[in-house]
Design a binder for this molecule. Structure first.
Ligand SMILES: Cc1cc2nc3c(=O)[nH]c(=O)nc-3n(C[C@H](O)[C@H](O)[C@H](O)COP(=O)(O)OP(=O)(O)OC[C@H]3O[C@@H](n4cnc5c(N)ncnc54)[C@H](O)[C@@H]3O)c2cc1C
Length: 387
């Protein structure tokens, strides 16, 4: 293909470092464009130790973080369907996504701006309509609901696996259980040092997620590593799994009285999954997290579920912990940091739904040097001048 062959005396045109969410997608889109790709993953493909574990992720178009994301989300949705079809797996299930909260708070204003400015299919529900249509959610005075018809549920492990399979089908060499220990980006090419030898490539895409700081310390100083705890709840006495199935209980995100709770309907027969954002504190590095969460730290989740979803048994039957990289403005860092190096990092708890479009952007930046999307707000050097 036209773009193949950055240099013939190297191991690959492009090296991808980290084959989690963004790296697997980047490898797929690069290899599909005809590039000769080599990828490195410190664990197995679709492992459970980074930002991509926990069975499900919300997909939403009516965007709490702002309507400027909608063009990225539109393209991502198309690519999710493409990957699902290629893999034969149900990667994105459209359940709708219900945003609940007072209409005056910033996330809800952004939801309303997203649907109105971009003509997204949606329904606005006042408090009474919300209570009638979705009695699973305990209504609070002053809240509204906005149902984003294109919202839904993604399957993260299957998605990473599917993208890696597609990359391999297009000829990519993906080395799992291979840790990159050092990156040397030079004018003539990139040297990738690993625990099993050194490799050369014309360009590098760094998608190391919460581990970015270990490879790129300067950039890593701008990324805070945080755990996110996911919790699974059973329908309580008097309710059944059918009450929480996608046709009656869409994926949701709720901002109520300082509590930010998101949730996934029953997808595999039994559990509602919820997550509590912004409540877990920072970690010194991604290796220092533990899955053994103190009972005291789980109690606020149980209390929030008891108050907001009273039909669920309030003690989680299971919890698990994952790690994510956050930036100060909760906007990712995506761009070229050298003529030969592209970085994608710091997705701040909301990157999964856009992973395939960021994979495409990584491919465009590495192979062509540009992309049709406005990446100015994501410039990796935007914090450089700040203390
Ligand atoms: C619990 C949780 C819930 C979330 N919920 C949502 C949601 O509902 N919707 C949504 O859109 N987003 C959500 N997010 C955010 C989203 O999942 C992340 O933004 C996204 O997964 C980040 O992808 P990443 O590629 O940056 O990191 P990762 O997926 O962690 O990938 C980084 C990879 O690099 C590898 N790696 C690192 N260093 C090296 C090295 N030196 N050598 C080799 N390999 C290396 C790691 O092992 C890892 O596989 C959630 C995040 C978490 C943690």
């Amino acid at each position: 293909m036209a773009r193949k062959g950055v240099s013939s005396d190297m191991d690959a045109d492009v090296a991808v470092v980290g084959l989690g969410t963004m790296g697997a997608m980047a490898a797929w889109r690069l290899a599909r464009s005809g590039a000769d790709v080599i990828g490195f993953e410190q664990y197995g493909i679709a492992h459970d130790r980074g930002a991509a574990g926990g069975e499900s992720r919300l997909f939403r178009m009516a965007y709490h973080e702002g309507p400027q994301y909608v063009p990225l989300l539109r393209r991502a949705r198309t690519l999710w369907h493409e990957l699902a079809e290629l893999s034969g797996r149900p990667l994105l299930t459209t359940t709708g996504c219900l945003s609940i909260g007072p209409p005056a708070i910033a996330p809800m204003r952004n939801v309303l701006r997203s649907v109105r400015e971009h003509g997204l299919e949606h329904t606005v529900l006042d408090g009474a309509e919300l209570a009638e249509r979705y009695p699973q959610h305990a209504a609070r005075d002053g809240e509204i609901g906005v149902l984003d018809a294109q919202g839904g549920v993604l399957r993260p492990e299957l998605a990473v696996l599917s993208a890696a399979e597609q990359a391999r089908a297009h000829g990519a060499r993906l080395l799992d259980r291979t840790t990159v220990t050092e990156l040397l980006v030079e004018d003539g090419g990139v040297r990738v040092r690993t625990d099993s030898g050194e490799f050369t490539a014309g360009r590098v895409v760094v998608t190391a997620g919460p581990w970015t700081g270990q490879l790129l310390p300067e950039l890593g100083r701008r990324i805070t590593v945080r755990p996110i705890v996911l919790t699974w709840f059973a329908p309580g006495r008097g309710s059944t799994a059918a009450d929480y199935a996608p046709d009656r209980f869409p994926a949701f995100i709720r901002d109520t009285g300082g509590v930010h709770l998101f949730g996934i309907p029953v997808m595999d027969g039994t559990w509602v999954k919820t997550g509590f954002a912004d409540a877990w504190g920072d970690l010194p590095d991604p290796g220092s997290f533990t899955r053994d969460v103190d009972e005291d730290r789980l109690r606020p989740v149980a209390e929030a579920v008891a108050a907001l979803l009273p039909g669920l048994h309030p003690d989680p039957v299971r919890h698990s912990v994952y790690v994510e990289g956050y930036t100060r403005d909760r906007t990712a860092m995506v761009g070229r940091v050298h003529e030969r190096a592209v970085v994608l990092a710091g997705f701040s708890g909301h990157g999964f739904k856009m992973a395939p479009v960021f994979g495409q952007i990584a491919a465009d930046l590495a192979l062509d040097g540009g992309t049709g999307f406005d990446l100015a707000p994501m410039a990796p050097d935007r914090f450089a001048a700040a203390p």
